[in-house]
Design a protein around this ligand. Structure first.
Ligand SMILES: [Zn+2]
Length: 169
């Protein structure tokens, strides 16, 4: 539903993960192996799936916070989840630049943690937000110059919110 393309760099992974669940439709693509394949987690246990969903809702709450909204649900603090994700400091031999990467190949939690760390370096983290409308709360990347975008889509959720305000008058 994103109006202007997905989030930059590794944040696209975070955005895509948050948007595996449609709050209004009740659809959750993590429930199918095909949907999970997009994250390299098609073969996971029930318990691991529950952990991924927990991570997803913690990420959604943080995206909401970036837009100044309270959490949509009771969630585990994202920092607590990410503290279990080991990260490595990587150094480029050629130019000496350094960064953070997932400690092992695979675990989604580590890849998400690495994406968050990278977004901090890039200054993009606070721009990953969630739509204001309670039935939506879709993640989007705010590219507006002032950084005050409130909806995942102006034409859908923005129009809905305006209609509601109009009716309330
Ligand atoms: Zn929306």
């Amino acid at each position: 539903m994103s109006e202007n393309g997905s989030a930059p760099g590794g944040l696209a992974l975070v955005e895509a993960l948050v948007n595996t669940r449609g709050l209004e439709s009740g659809k959750d693509t993590l429930n199918s192996a095909e949907g999970r394949a997009a994250f390299g987690i098609e073969e996971i246990t029930e318990r691991e799936l529950a952990a991924v969903k927990e991570l997803r809702e913690s990420l959604r709450a943080v995206c909401l916070a970036h837009a100044g909204h309270p959490p949509h649900d009771v969630v585990t603090p994202l920092g607590r989840l990410l503290s279990r994700a080991p990260l490595l400091v990587t150094v480029d031999e050629r130019d000496g630049s350094a960064g953070l990467a997932a400690a092992e190949e695979g675990p989604l939690l580590s890849r998400v943690a690495a994406a968050v760390a990278q977004a901090l370096t890039d200054g993009t983290w606070l721009r990953l937000k969630a739509c204001e409308l309670p039935e939506c709360h879709w993640a989007y990347y705010d590219r507006s110059p002032a950084g005050r975008r409130r909806w995942c889509s102006m034409s859908v959720c923005g129009a809905r919110a305006k209609m509601r305000r109009y009716r309330a008058k």
